[in-house]
Design a protein around this ligand. Structure first.
Ligand SMILES: C[S@@+](CC[C@H](N)C(=O)[O-])C[C@H]1O[C@@H](n2cnc3c(N)ncnc32)[C@H](O)[C@@H]1O
Length: 251
């Protein structure tokens, strides 16, 4: 039971958030745990996405799996798990990343400019960092993380393949999904294919969140895909904070 002081503090925080959102400021629901994880876990996460994670995970339509496209060092993976824990969501979490970093412009044999480190060493380091971060912060809800591109992942999902994850465990793919976080290759071609693939498996009432879809960012391809989803009558936009979260409507 909350004490009156806690209750008042929570109510004031809620009012402050509402005022912020009216002013067009993204709502940031970061808590102390989020701050600690962000402190230690490298990554690229707009804090506004946390509100979208929280919303989707609180309103999941089913116990179908959740999919993350693009994990990098595991920051968003760990924070997805944080909000899953908070809402008692026991859905399996699948992630995919080839750890080849779009736009790196480097071939595998090349060194990082101005350094003695090869690109291969760098990407292996990032992948190992992912494994370590997720084993640390999400050990109670370890995702099935598959080392492949989203195209390969959905192809395997469609074929209901059994795959080996980066933690050495086997996992069966396939079936409906309840939430997809799209944060892989941000070009229009990839973002559209990621959406089409996700749409094929997303349960009615399920969610899709496009990272880096906010107005003003240089990801115009992602913005065009988001505009199409917005205009379609099959999805409703449930948050723009500043990235876009959509819910699939029942057919
Ligand atoms: C912006 S980072 C992801 C950031 C991460 N979500 C975080 O919380 O820090 C993009 C990641 O997507 C991965 N990626 C690039 N193309 C991809 C693809 N086609 N499928 C899946 N992941 C991809 C990259 O290797 C990179 O790790």
């Amino acid at each position: 039971m909350d004490s009156p002081r806690h209750f008042l503090a929570r109510a004031l925080r809620r009012v402050a958030r509402a005022v912020d959102s009216e002013r067009g400021q993204p709502i940031d629901i970061s808590d102390d745990y989020v701050t600690w994880v962000c402190f230690a876990n490298a990554g690229m996460l707009n804090r506004g996405n946390l509100y979208c994670f929280d919303y989707a995970l609180r309103n999941l339509p089913s116990t179908d799996p959740i999919v993350e496209i693009g994990s990098f060092c595991g920051l968003s993976t760990n924070l997805l798990v944080h909000y899953m824990r908070k809402h008692g969501a026991t859905n399996h979490l699948f992630t995919c990343d080839p750890w080849d970093f779009e736009r790196s412009g480097l071939s595998s044999g090349e060194n990082l400019p101005g350094s003695p480190l090869s690109f291969v060493e760098y990407r292996n380091f990032v992948k190992e960092t992912y494994v370590r971060n997720v084993q640390m912060f999400s050990r109670d809800h370890l995702p099935h993380s598959v080392e492949c591109s989203s195209d390969e992942f959905f192809d395997a999902w469609r074929k209901k393949l059994r795959v080996r994850d980066v933690f050495g465990r086997d996992a069966e793919l396939g079936g409906q999904i309840s939430f997809c976080y799209v944060d892989g290759n941000h070009s229009e071609e990839f973002a559209r294919r990621d959406f089409d693939n996700c749409n094929e498996f997303l349960a009615p009432g399920g969610f899709v969140l496009f990272d880096d879809s906010a107005k003003g960012l240089p990801f115009h391809g992602v913005q065009r895909v988001v505009a199409e989803v917005s205009a379609s009558c099959r999805y409703e936009m449930v948050a723009c904070n500043p990235n876009h979260l959509f819910r699939k409507l029942a057919e």
